[in-house]
Write a protein that binds this ligand. Sequence first.
Ligand code: SIN
Length: 293
Amino acid sequence: MGAHFDNDPLTLPTITTHPIAAAMGAEVVGVDLRTLSDAQFADIETALYHHGLLVFRRQPLTHAAQEAFTERFGEHGTDAYTSGVEGHPNIQPVIREPGPELPLFFGANWHTDSPFLDRPPAISMLRSVETPPYGGDTWYAATRIAYERLSPAYQRLLEGLRGLYTRSHLVRARQVWEADPSVRFDLVATEADLAAATPHPLVRTHPRTGARSLFVDVNYTLGIEGMTRAEAAPILRHLVEHVTQPVFCCRIRWEPDMLAVWDNRLVIHQAFDDYGDHRREMYRSTVLGEIPA
Ligand code: SIN
């Protein structure tokens, strides 16, 4: 018998949703994102908070149209990595040109977007323009479901704990690699990185639905406030392994003109450098989030 969660299909007044996997994610049919009515947008928001991730196919959006759709959710988020494309500072290029495997591949490893910010993005979206003939999927894992499936005792253990979120180790590794790609580097955070890291609750509450979810990832959650590294490490390792077990995940296969929209309060994600000498061209935008609580 398969796993049972609450990722049921929705039939809302203006859209219907088709789940991608048992735990999370759905495809939405019946909308053109360039000409959304307020009623359609309201249904999309409802569906996003229900499924965590929505996928829209056959949406030939321009940068301006992606910006306009992003703004329906709120103010644009801060992007810590790029300054956008010409004329559209809020549209971040995520482009991988053909070539050798990259040691620091954008989007690799399970992560939530920029949790080291005081107000990490609430919602992120990714639009595909050119997609490889194989590989290049994006994986998602459901952090709400994962929290709900922890034992009550483990949930109590996490109560009040704050994670420490930093990207200093990644910035340092990138500088080393850019200076000389042949030099080996370690992705290790120092005590100084952790002392300067941003604290947020390890269990956060969704401001719109009240749902509780784990706020933990591989790339950036490197400590727990008030704990030694030796104490924090097994908790963080367990949480990441728990969240990312395949039954809590879904995976999307890209084709051109798709838009994926996900709620960073409900899911984490990762990309893979598994498409050899092919090109992948995507554009990301984000919605400013609240201070996690
Ligand atoms: C990201 O991490 O936002 C990018 C995901 C992807 O390129 O599939």
